[in-house]
Design a protein around this ligand. Structure first.
Ligand SMILES: O=C(O)CCC(=O)C(=O)O
Length: 384
């Protein structure tokens, strides 16, 4: 069985995706037809370079003064954690690992931004703040910024035949990280300032994510009122986080793999998750200011970020409802094959996993006149 599943991982790379870590790079937005044919239908990611040159956000948002003034009387949702990892696995005293969500606090934007910028993992009161809320927050909480971007991505809306279900804003810094997961949306992700680094695995690689059930928990931040003082007095004893399991217990199926384990945990993580660490490399892409990533539905993604000169990374993304079509049915079938059927053999076999074809570039389909190149800029060996 493992051989057949490995063959599947490889065949999608050979036939359609190309060799990791590269994805296609387009110099400018595709036409709706090109987008549909070359990327949506094959469920294949791409990076678009000059994606939104006309957006005022590109010149306005790198100024925190502009953001503070425009949102001076707006309340926004701030996610707080002691680690920078929300919606991620965390150790809990009464359960080995749980699925931990952030403490969410609604604050006036200028105070919330101060807390993002004051995020610190070095001090005794470790607190990381990330401005995000995946509930269409851009069109809700951030309404005063609406004129700085477009309401939708016109060529994507035409190709996909619907308007975005949600538009979300993300303001953070390098301390915030998003763990491996997948979404039931076609995602058009635009970075406005700073950079985002995505690791991507196609849905065919589902067994390599070691999805397991974890009990849901939430960080509770005590003495929240003192958060405001944290901005001014950084050494203030400002409270602490507790991780509370939901009662009654609710299990969340979540990816178990951390692709960047600490040096002293690296070997044990490799031993626990050999299908990930010994299988084909993930696709890697760094999305820079003004660029847009098309992240197809059901692709597993892990996200890290690095800030601009002001210390912030700002991004906006458009979630379009996915089609629950034959690909979804195939995915469910594949996922229903228990990993235990091949896991033990995989321990020894996967060390030899290698792509059959090592071609670095494949021809585009006949008749395509789209200007596309493989994105070689971001390859590195971090995941070796
Ligand atoms: O930017 C991030 O931190 C996460 C983005 C993400 O997971 C998404 O757009 O689905």
């Amino acid at each position: 069985m493992i051989e057949r599943v490995q063959h599947l991982w490889q065949e999608v790379r050979d036939l359609s995706l190309g060799p990791p870590p590269y994805i296609d790079r387009l110099p400018s937005p595709p036409t709706p037809l090109q987008f549909l044919r070359l990327y949506v239908a094959p469920n294949k990611p791409c990076l678009i370079s000059a994606a939104v040159p006309h957006w005022p956000a590109l010149s306005l948002w790198p100024s925190t003064a502009y953001l503070r003034e425009t949102l001076s009387s707006t309340a926004v949702s701030l996610h707080l954690t002691p680690t920078g990892k929300a919606d991620a696995l965390a150790p809990h005293p009464s359960a080995a690992l749980c699925f931990a969500s952030a403490h969410v606090e609604k604050l006036p934007f200028p105070e919330a931004l101060d807390l993002v910028m004051a995020s610190d993992l070095e001090q005794t009161n470790k607190t990381v703040a990330y401005l995000q809320q995946q509930n269409d927050c851009f069109r809700g909480e951030y309404g005063p910024l609406a004129a700085d971007c477009e309401e939708h991505v016109p060529w994507a809306t035409e190709a996909l035949g619907c308007s975005p279900e949600a538009v979300n804003l993300w303001i953070g810094n390098d301390l915030s990280e998003t763990s491996f997961h997948k979404d039931h949306y076609d995602n058009l992700y635009v970075v406005i300032t700073g950079e985002k680094k995505f690791l991507l695995l196609p849905p065919t690689d589902v067994h390599r994510m070691y999805i397991r059930d974890y009990p849901a928990a939430q960080y509770i931040y005590h003495q929240v009122l003192l958060l405001r003082e944290l901005i001014c007095v950084s050494s203030q004893d400002s409270g602490e986080f507790q991780l509370e399991l939901e009662n009654p217990i609710r299990n969340v199926p979540w990816c178990s793999v951390d692709p960047y384990p600490s040096p002293n945990e690296k070997q044990s993580e490799i031993d626990k998750f050999p299908l990930y660490f010994h299988g084909p490399k993930p696709f890697e892409v760094t999305v820079k200011a003004g660029e847009m990533l098309y992240l197809p539905s059901m692709w597993f993604h892990h996200v890290r970020q690095s800030p601009d000169d002001t210390g912030l990374t700002i991004a906006i993304n458009y979630w379009y409802d996915m089609q629950f079509d034959i690909k979804y049915a195939y995915f469910n079938f594949l996922q229903s094959i228990p990993r235990s059927l091949f896991e033990n053999r995989a321990l020894c076999k996967t060390r030899n996993v290698k792509l059959i074809s090592d071609t670095s570039f494949r021809d585009l389909p006949d008749g395509s006149d789209i200007d596309v190149s493989r994105d070689v800029r971001d390859s590195d060996d971090e995941n070796d």
